[in-house]
Design a protein around this ligand. Structure first.
Ligand code: RFL
Ligand code: PHB
Length: 395
């Protein structure tokens, strides 16, 4: 098989990139390790910045998102028995975020991609291996139904997440990896119960962090910080509900509607960046190149700027014969990546319990008290939460 852009991974990054390219007449082949149903069922992101929502619209898949997504103007922080709202829209000149689950977004993307004549998707592609990208002859080797296959292409986009094959195929001496693993994880629970509040609540508590999020007016997503030794089986629904209520101010906990879980899982927290994000004719996009702890809701939103920059650069290459944007991809993408890595790390560090030392909690409370007393303090949270802009010179 021959194509213009060979894409490894049919998650949100690979699918949205393929659509953006297709609308400019560029063909691609997506190799996805799993079946469609598996990819669509993964419960992950819930919050889209305006940049990601705009990209979905640009990719021609924004209609259901605009109909069913919930626009939020603010978030609530609770700490020390206090409840403080950050009016993000007022502090950022009207910017909002959209509540729309990654499961729904992925369904919308697959509906469009599978009808798109410029895009071929191979599901259950095994042993995917990118080769020849440093030598100017990029190819994707893989196994399908027991048969060895090859896709020859002009470029490879590695959109295959943290555990993917693209980054793994780069010799260790050609990249640098920066990593921090946090000493806790998030236990998440999804339930068909109305959210406890109309906006998200991020709670700092001496028992540990908690987050009240949602997918719709009737479906809630809650998280609590748990130790790395914890197992999902140790957490009955009842134990989860008891624990999250203890971490919230009483008047909020008292309103919480509980019910059976639809899904429960534990995610570890990690900050991770690969430099560079280009290796000859192969480009890394999204989680394949970087991971942030979910506290700032930034993971998918960072993939969005990568997709935007890479699609813009590839379109300039095919339409105008330009190489300059491809040459600037890695540096430009990484600048926004590091900004989000910094915010996610910082927001994680002021909201979570890191150890039993009481001075740590007191210092967090002093920092939160200061931030809430200062317009500059609230604005720094608001600006980062709604998302830093894409580089306007990248065109
Ligand atoms: P994905 O979603 O991991 O997709 C990669 C795809 O590649 C496939 N694949 C392979 N295919 C072929 N060959 C191989 N060798 C392959 N290896 C892997 C996989 O099957 C998969 O289909 O990466 P992508 O597309 O870059 O998307 C990134 C996002 O999924 C991720 O950043 C977000 O989910 C992170 N995230 C959040 N991001 C936000 O912007 N806002 C949020 O509110 C938010 N909340 C979250 C999150 C992530 C979480 N977890 C579980 C990590 C909440 C949680 C709990
Ligand atoms: C979610 O709804 O899954 C979610 C929301 C906000 C975050 C992380 C996850 O910061």
């Amino acid at each position: 098989m021959n194509t213009q852009v060979g894409i490894i991974g049919g998650g949100p990054s690979g699918l949205c990139l393929a659509r953006l390219l297709s609308l400019a007449g560029i063909e691609s082949v997506i190799l996805e390790r799993q079946a469609r149903e598996y990819v669509e069922a993964r419960i992950r992101a819930g919050i889209l910045e305006q940049g990601m929502a705009d990209l979905m619209r640009k990719a021609g898949v924004g209609a259901r998102m605009d109909k069913e997504g919930l626009l939020h103007d603010g978030i609530v922080l609770t700490f020390d028995g206090r409840e403080e709202r950050i009016d993000m829209a007022a502090l950022t000149g009207g910017k909002q975020v959209m509540v729309y689950g990654q499961t729904e977004l992925t369904k919308d993307l697959y509906d469009a991609v599978l009808k798109d004549e410029n895009i071929t998707v191979v599901f259950q592609a095994g042993h995917v291996h990118p080769v020849g990208f440093f030598e100017g002859e990029p190819r994707l080797e893989y196994v399908k139904d027991g048969k060895h296959q090859v896709v020859s292409c002009d470029f490879i986009a590695g959109c295959d997440g943290y555990h993917g094959a693209s980054r793994a195929a780069v010799p260790r001496d050609r990249l640098v990896e920066y990593e921090r693993i946090y000493p806790f994880g998030w236990l998440g629970l999804l339930s068909d119960t109305p959210p406890v509040h109309e906006e998200l609540i991020y709670a700092n508590h001496k028992r540990g962090f908690a987050l009240c999020s949602m997918r719709s007016h009737t479906r809630s997503r809650y998280y609590i910080q748990v130790g790395l030794d914890q197992k999902v089986e140790d957490w009955s629904d009842e134990r989860f509900w008891d624990e999250i209520r203890r971490r919230l101010p009483e008047h909020i906990a008292g309103k919480m509607v509980t019910g059976p879980s639809i899904e429960k899982s534990i995610a570890p927290l990690r900050s991770f960046v690969t430099e560079p994000m280009r290796f000859g004719k192969m480009f890394l996009v999204g989680d394949a190149a970087h991971i942030v702890p979910p506290t700032g809701a930034k993971g998918l939103n960072l993939a969005a700027s990568d997709m935007y920059y890479l699609s813009t650069a590839l379109i300039a290459h095919y339409k105008e014969g330009r190489e300059d944007l491809l040459d600037r991809y890695s540096e430009t993408a990484l600048r926004r990546v590091w900004a989000a890595v910094r915010f996610s790390w910082w927001f994680t560090s002021i909201m979570h319990k890191f150890n039993e030392d009481p001075i740590e909690h007191k210092i967090q409370l002093a920092e939160l008290d200061y931030l809430m007393s200062s317009t500059a303090g609230k604005t720094t949270i608001a600006e980062n939460y709604v998302g830093l802009p894409f580089d306007p010179t990248f065109e």
